[in-house]
Write a protein that binds this ligand. Structure first.
Ligand SMILES: NC(=O)c1ccc[n+]([C@@H]2O[C@H](COP(=O)([O-])OP(=O)(O)OC[C@H]3O[C@@H](n4cnc5c(N)ncnc54)[C@H](OP(=O)(O)O)[C@@H]3O)[C@@H](O)[C@H]2O)c1
Length: 276
């Protein structure tokens, strides 16, 4: 940042940087041929939709799952369906050792990591005065520590490669105090990863892009609870929860060469929930 006009007119070496050599045709920009994409929380919900989007665009897709080992079968099936390389790994993202080892294993098995989608998350939605401290710790360990570990170990690969792309699944709850359920810890974990992702976009500017997706309510296991669902319909101007097929395009945009000028963005995809 320049402090004066005189400062700002000094020519900096290597600026402007070159425009990347990507296709002009927009459909070609969305093609993921030759790219390796890791998705965590990939067994179901938003993560599986992202894995599908990447395979449909011809990427090799690495599934990370924690407890839901249907991921193994889903990875195999998706690979066959789209004739792309896929593999599933069991990784608890709140354990830094497991994350470090899995990143190294993926690099060994696939030779590179182009995109890492840090999507795993969990919520124990309660007011702080009713929240046990171990419930607080658990949410922090997955939603905050898990994203930090994944970013730290994948970022090291990106720096060594000289390229990379991190996409973090945050939430509209990073932007608003979500209603009607009081869940200050979940909201704050998502605010952390949104700010963390923006900070990494600057830190990694020479070799990787970093962007954040902030979904509103999507109809998954982490979607609106039975007690909150009517409010979810009322608050979203589109009058419903999102279907996971409606989020695929955004992750593909961010993962692909269609978004080479997009970094540090935190994109809301919420059916208009946060408008009022
Ligand atoms: N659905 C919504 O309305 C909504 C709105 C805003 C943001 N989000 C965010 O979207 C992301 C995906 O959620 P979803 O809606 O697709 O629900 P989901 O299907 O329940 O996905 C959550 C995923 O997180 C994984 N996970 C949880 N703890 C983990 C751990 N310790 N290590 C590794 N993975 C772990 C789970 O893996 P296993 O099943 O294998 O254990 C699961 O696949 C989350 O970050 C969530 O906060 C969702």
């Amino acid at each position: 940042m320049s402090m004066t006009i005189a400062d700002s007119t000094k020519i900096r070496e290597s600026f402007p940087k070159p425009v990347p050599d990507t296709p002009h045709n927009v459909i070609a920009q969305f093609k993921m041929t030759g790219k390796v994409v890791v998705v965590n929380g990939a067994a179901d919900g938003i993560g599986y939709a992202v894995a599908e989007a990447m395979a449909e665009a011809n990427a090799s897709v690495v599934f990370w799952y924690n407890s839901n080992n249907v991921a193994v079968q889903k990875a195999e099936q998706l690979g066959k369906e789209h004739n792309v390389k896929t593999k599933a790994y069991k990784v608890n993202v709140s354990d830094p050792r497991q994350v470090k080892d899995a990143v190294a294993q993926v690099e060994q098995d696939f030779g590179r990591i182009d995109v890492f989608v840090a999507n795993a998350g969990m919520a124990i939605s309660k007011p702080i005065l009713e929240q046990a401290l171990d419930e607080f710790d658990k949410q922090m360990s997955v939603n905050v520590n898990g994203v930090v570990y994944c970013a730290k170990y994948t970022g090291a690969v990106f720096r060594r490669q000289g390229f990379g792309n991190l996409i973090i699944t945050s939430s509209m709850s990073a932007h608003i105090v979500n209603v009607p359920t009081d869940q200050p810890v979940y909201n704050a974990t998502k605010a952390f990863v949104s700010r963390f992702g923006k900070s990494l976009a600057r830190e990694w500017r020479e070799f990787a892009r970093v962007n954040i997706v902030s979904p509103g309510f999507f109809d998954t296991k982490m979607g609106a609870s039975p007690l909150a669902v009517n409010e979810a319909y009322r608050m979203a101007v589109l009058g419903r929860q999102g279907h996971v097929k409606e989020i695929k395009g955004l992750y593909l945009y961010l993962a692909s060469d269609a978004s080479t000028y997009t970094t540090g963005s935190d994109i809301l995809i919420d059916g208009g929930y946060t408008l009022p």
